[in-house]
Design a binder for this molecule. Sequence first.
Ligand SMILES: Cc1ncc(COP(=O)(O)O)c(C=O)c1O
Length: 458
Amino acid sequence: LAVAKGILPVDVRRGSGTPLHVQLATQVRDLVSRGALEPGARLPSNRALATDLGVARAVVEQAYDQLLAEGWLVARRGSGTFVAEMGPLPRPDATGHAAVSEPARDLIRLSTGTPWLDPRHQPGWRRAWRDVAVATPPRDYPDPAGLRPLREEVARYVSRTRGLACTADEVMITGGTTHGMELALAALGTGAVAVEDPGYRAAVAAVHHAGRALVDVPVDGQGLDVAALSACPDQLAAVYATPAHQHPLGLTLSAPRRVALLAEARRRGAVVLEDDYDSEFRYDVAPLPALAALDRTHVVYLGTASKILLPGLRLGWLVAEASLVDRIAARREARHDHPPWPAQRALLTLLHEGHLDKAVRSARRVYTARGEQVTTRLGRYGTVSAPVAGMYLTLLTEPLAARAVADDARRAGFEVPLLADLARSDTRTGLVIGFGGVCDAELSRALDVLEAALRRHT
Ligand SMILES: Cc1ncc(COP(=O)(O)O)c(C=O)c1O
């Protein structure tokens, strides 16, 4: 990095809450550790840098002293302050320019997974956390399968809303769908895992993380293509599927396909990992009962609080045969992988007091209206795939158009996921437009931007 006239590409801001010398030290450390300031390079004098930044010399002195103490800088008596000699450091970016960090532009993300939260439900949240504050926490590690009363509440919830009659013994509290999937995969016998393509990226990552071979299964108009699955030669341990609302094409697995999928799982001694992430949000009719309601032995049902409450809660539930729940619990116990007590205790109140039902009802109304808005505004520029449920819709378009529209949207401040990024072998392309994590005004602006871009590129 050329240090023109001894000046550094740093900037400090008053009133940011971080002392000026700490801001400066952080930025200089960053320049050195990224290799943007080379070993041996001379730093500007205290006076020059202080004048350039408009701060007192003491600020620069304190920042340099800190980095001298940490060993990033060395002082040579009479000649100044230098970057210490050290081993190879990461180089600046390939253009040869120093990768001086540009402040990241805040994009509004039309993410597929961020739910809408009804501000009117704040009191419910507060009540739940007050309950946590006054409850007596367990003195020991909590049950690795989850708090008993919460497992009972979840059993009632899935039975009532998903037609999945089960007991608390068949319910385990997890850290969300992906965690539930990892727990199940660690407890299943050997074999590959078949995953819908296009499909959920975190599910793919969970399969890789489990060290298992992954088999892509195509998805057609009826959902996962079971015939393609039966042609697959690999030994299969599991099939990951989203029967209620295929992610990201939005399709519902047809009843004949459900029967065929279960028959295939039985034939192969495999289980279906049923990811039921957002089936509560059907726009039109009640969702089909969970696949697990048809066969408890060959389905591990995975539910999550991420969509109906908050992804940050990191809670979900797994419903499986009690023997599998016990096996998984024993492994969790051995690893101290216990679900955190405060979050479970809060979820218990939220479920018990009907907060969850209220949250689902109001979010469903919002998603139905927004889904219609997206379809009306953008539907003529492509095909909206199965606009029946959830907090996102997929608009199928030509590949070049999809990318060009996403690029235009990014320039206008919106990040829109590409369908191609959720596919491995599948060749369909388009945009996956999430509308849960934005407010009405942001969605309306996003649709203006997307419509204009689609008009230009399709
Ligand atoms: C298909 C699908 N399944 C599950 C989830 C939720 O995962 P988790 O419970 O790990 O937050 C998401 C969230 O975006 C999703 O898109």
